[in-house]
Design a protein around this ligand. Structure first.
Ligand code: URA
Length: 210
């Protein structure tokens, strides 16, 4: 497992505004998309490509095409949905599957309540979108699910991670073809498994308390 923290002043600036508790939902949604686009630029560095032959208005040339099937993007509902637009803006030909996961607030275990993914992911490159890597339970279950379906490699784009969650994932996924791309590794988890300093409940900040 590889961890990549994207070090860029715009990433840091946008994240700062997201963290601010006074940032309203519409601005939070927009900034999340913008931030994901910046993270996705780094996260797709190893996207599979092949040479393509084209004609420019002047001559013929060899360029770069995405290998088919194109990457599969999987937002984890609910909060991951707020990251989808930022990702597909950069890779508009990607396919999109959905995984609905929530954590039981008492046991903190991840449960899957919805799934709309291809049955066979053999050889596919998969990009998982989940803003908050807290205990790592949700991502661990999602990643294992995707590998069981045959995914070749999984790249997770998150806004924030807690060191505890990253360590738990590292222990489970040692040697697995997994990359975690982040805007920041924060200080710690608090007693309610919230990331500190964090940005609060990402789903609530995107979509309200429902
Ligand atoms: N999920 C969130 O939305 N925020 C946290 O801080 C932890 C998990």
């Amino acid at each position: 497992m590889r961890v990549l923290v994207v070090d860029h002043p715009l990433v840091s600036h946008k994240l700062t505004v997201l963290r601010d508790k006074n940032t309203p939902s519409p601005v939070f949604r927009l900034l999340t998309e913008e931030l994901v686009t910046l993270l996705a630029y780094e996260a797709t560095r190893d996207v599979r490509v092949e040479p393509v032959h084209i004609e420019t208005p002047v001559t013929t040339a060899v360029g770069t095409g995405l290998v088919k099937p194109t990457p599969l993007v999987v937002p984890i509902l609910r909060a991951g949905l707020g990251m989808l637009e930022g990702m597909t803006r950069l890779v508009p030909t990607a396919e999109v599957g959905f995984l609905g996961m929530a954590r039981n607030e008492e046991t903190l275990e991840a449960i899957t309540y919805a799934e709309r993914l291809p049955d066979d992911l053999t050889g596919r490159q998969v990009f998982v979108l989940d803003p908050m890597l807290a205990t790592g339970g949700t991502l661990r279950e999602a990643i294992k699910f995707l590998f069981r379906r045959g995914a070749a490699d999984v790249t997770c784009i998150c806004l924030l991670a807690a060191p505890e969650g990253l360590e738990a994932l590292r222990q489970e996924l040692e040697g697995a073809n997994v990359t975690i791309v982040l805007a920041s590794i924060d200080e710690k988890l608090n007693e309610n498994a919230y990331i500190v300093p964090g940005l609060g409940d990402a789903g609530d900040r995107l979509y309200g308390v429902v």
